[in-house]
Design a protein around this ligand. Sequence first.
Ligand code: SF4
Length: 370
Amino acid sequence: MNLLNIIDGEISHILNRAVDGRPPSLDEAELLFGCTGQEFLALILVANHVRKRAVGDIVTYVINRNINFTNVCVNSCRFCAFREDKDSPNQFLLSTDEIENKTREAVKMKATEVCIQGGLHPEANLDLYLQILKSVRRVSPDIHIHAFSPMEIQHAARREGLSTREALKILKEAGLNSMPGTAAEILVDKIRELICPTKISVREWIKIIEEAHNLGIPTSSTMMYGHLESNRDKAVHMDILRNIQKRTKGFTEFVPLSFIHQHTELYKNLSSRPGATGMEDVKVYAISRLMFDGLINNIQVSWVKLGTKFAQFLLNAGANDFGGTLFEENISRIAGSPSGEYLSPESIIALIRDCGRIPVQRTTVYELLG
Ligand code: SF4
C-alpha cells in the first residue's frame, strides 16, 4: 500500500511530487500550511525523507559566540525587546577592548565563529563597524566573522554617504567573512509596515543580500514568524528566498525564527499572536525543507527559541543543523525565551545522537570539521 494513498488526494499529490524531487509551488506551500492530522504526519514523513536524500544523517553544529555590541537603536521594531534609547540607564556600547576580550574568550572556547550584531546606534558610522572587525582581527587572524545584518549595512552606508555595495566591499576587505540574513522578518511589505515600519523594505533587503552574494560574502537566510503574518505570507517569503538562491547561490542555510512574544509591543499593543503554535513551528520546518529542495540544503533548528526537546523533534521534520553553542544570546532572552544562553558541544552531540543521527562540527559555511 502506498502510505500517501490514505491522505487527502491533493496533499498526497504535492507530497508525492516532493518525494520525486519536485518542490511545491507557492500556492501548494500555502495549502500545506493548512495540514492537520494524517496530512500533517505525512508532511513530516516526506520532509524527513527529502532531508535524508539531500544531506544524509549528519547533523551539524558550530562552536560560536554572539557579540551584541550595542543595544542602542534608532529603529523601534515592534517585536524587539532588545533595543534601548541612547539615554536609557540600560544602554551599552562595547569598547574595542571589550570586543577583544570577548573574542579572546571565544578563541579559548575553541569557537570557529563570532556572530556580531547590534542595534543601529545613532553615532555608528562605517568606522565603528571597521573598528569592530579590526578588534576581532587583532585577537585572531582566522576566526570567522559572521556579522552585520542588511539593515546595519544600510545604516553604516547611509551615514557615510556610500552605496551599500561600496560599504560591503570595504567591510569585506577589513575581514568580514559572512553575514546573517536577519532583518528579513517577513518579506511582505504590508506586514513589515505593521511590525517594523522603519526597517528596510523587501526590495532593499533583496538588493543588499544580492550585493553581498555577488561580492563573495555568503549569508544565512531567516524568517521570523508567529505574529501577524498569514500562511500565504510565509509561503511568499520562502519563495522569495529560493528565487534569490537560484540567482546567486549565496545562502548557506535557512534559519526559521519563531517569534518570542512575551515582552514585545507587537504582542502587548498590536494584538499579534503569542508566537507560533507547535503545529506551525513543525510545518515551517517541514515545508521549508520541501520548498528549498535542491537549493538550500541546510535548515537550522533554533534551540534558543524552541528549547532542546522540541529541537530534537524538528531534526525529524526536515532540519539537519543544530546551530551554535551561542554563549551570550541576548536578543531572545530579553524577549522572554526560557532557553539558556549556552549549550556545550557535549550536550549538543548527545541530543543529536539520541535522534539516531551523526553529530559533526562544522564551520560557518558548512565545511565539516572531523
Ligand atoms: S530589531 Fe534591530 S533594528 Fe529593530 S529595533 Fe531591534 S535592534 Fe533595532
